[in-house]
Design a protein around this ligand. Structure first.
Ligand SMILES: [Zn+2]
Length: 74
């Protein structure tokens, strides 16, 4: 089923996920590079209040479910 394989390959490369800002609680969209591994952490500024959130990203390699915990940088 070539259709299915293409779909999975696209999802393996990158995906978007939502997290809630640790400062203002507003939802933000972030771009996950799935080729970077199942556990990642990086800092991203909130699109609403511009404060730096530390994102802890976990990707389930079977289902590609993404979970994100946020922490304030200070
Ligand atoms: Zn915010």
């Amino acid at each position: 089923m070539p259709h299915t394989i293409e779909f999975i390959a696209e999802n393996l490369m990158q995906n978007t996920a939502e997290y809630y800002c640790a400062y203002c609680g507003e939802p933000n969209l972030t771009f996950i590079d799935l080729s970077a591994g199942g556990q990642q952490s990086y800092v991203e500024d909130c699109q609403v209040c511009c404060n730096p959130n530390i994102l802890y990203v976990r990707v389930d390699e079977d289902t590609l479910d993404i979970e994100i915990d946020t922490e304030s940088e200070s």
